[in-house]
Design a protein around this ligand. Sequence first.
Ligand SMILES: Cc1cc2nc3c(=O)[nH]c(=O)nc-3n(C[C@H](O)[C@H](O)[C@H](O)COP(=O)(O)OP(=O)(O)OC[C@H]3O[C@@H](n4cnc5c(N)ncnc54)[C@H](O)[C@@H]3O)c2cc1C
Ligand code: SF4
Length: 352
Amino acid sequence: MNRFDYIKPASVPEAVAAAALPGSAYLAGGTNLLDLMKGSAARPARIVDITRLPGLDRIEWLLDGGVRFGALVRNSDLAYDTRFSRTFPAIAEALLSGASAQLRNAATVGGNLMQRTRCAYFHDQASACNRRTPGSGCDARDGENRLHAVLGWSDNCIATHASDLCVPLVALDAVVEVEGPQGAREIPLDQLHLLPGTTPDQETTLAPGELIVAVRLPASAAAFAHHTRYLKLRERTSYAFAIVSAAAALEIEGNVIRGARLALGGVAAKPWRAREAEALLIGERLTATAFAKAADLALAEARPSGDNAFKIELARRIVVRSLNLATEGTPEVMPALPASPFSTIPGAQHVA
Ligand SMILES: Cc1cc2nc3c(=O)[nH]c(=O)nc-3n(C[C@H](O)[C@H](O)[C@H](O)COP(=O)(O)OP(=O)(O)OC[C@H]3O[C@@H](n4cnc5c(N)ncnc54)[C@H](O)[C@@H]3O)c2cc1C
Ligand code: SF4
């Protein structure tokens, strides 16, 4: 490991001031950053430990019915908060499908949003990687790339973003609250992560030193509580990142779709909101034809980046399946399917 300074600020302004210096990195749960440092894929000159910053570990219900949760809320605490999981079940489902129980107990909301790609070449110091070392090339292009991006990639980088949490969050119009050297600002989550283009090393729109302090969901997101699911396909039934995933949320009146939200994970360098597919669904009846058309539209611009053409068809199918399951209605108690971890909620009963 490389030498670094360690700073433990007592307040958000102190943290922001410390991290404004070049080469700084915030430390939250450490489940991603410390791994990267041990393998030298990250070499911060200064660690700004935010774990004891006051006020960032709260879930606050807003008067209008929305919710605001701090960047230091643990993934497991958010998923197991009864009111939160009832109001935003697909988000709880996404959180509980990620990593292992131990990791979820340590991982934080802010760290999950800001986690780096799992591209193996990014982690391997012997490989060329434009994201780690700009201009060095991309060994994934002709390498082992069956899990890489099928949407929004460029010849400079074909990595995907790994977060499960971000997928339903982006579908539900989450907003990220940020404090930085220039003050406070808000960023729609859809605009936080960047596609690679010619500068894959620029992964987010955060400026140097900017700290995520909270995430907010508008009251309108709660309208989808009764018809929403997050589905994740992975190579084994637990403890694995998504090959592809989908968050689907519907507002249904009679047999007609009045509101639709759809986002995909594991397909691009950012959580992928399928807005055109959503627009197509509104006003449609709940039919297999409408869902198939929406899936086709969501993947219309997809193209393989290597050995991963199968992901395009897989993504289409998971879109259709998530829409079908959302139509059936959010289960009161989630089934104990491998892809659905709700049965692990304390007090919840298995129904399968
Ligand atoms: C074996 C394994 C399996 C995993 N499986 C999954 C999975 O299936 N699904 C999934 O979604 N994730 C998975 N993860 C990733 C895990 O969820 C992330 O490591 C975790 O969410 C990161 O949170 P953290 O608090 O530990 O972040 P840290 O490791 O502390 O930080 C991660 C990054 O975010 C930055 N950061 C942290 N907090 C802030 C903030 N408030 N503002 C600005 N920047 C910040 C840090 O500087 C760092 O660059 C897995 C991880 C491991 C090790
Ligand atoms: S896909 Fe991106 S992260 Fe992976 S090696 Fe290529 S440039 Fe690096």
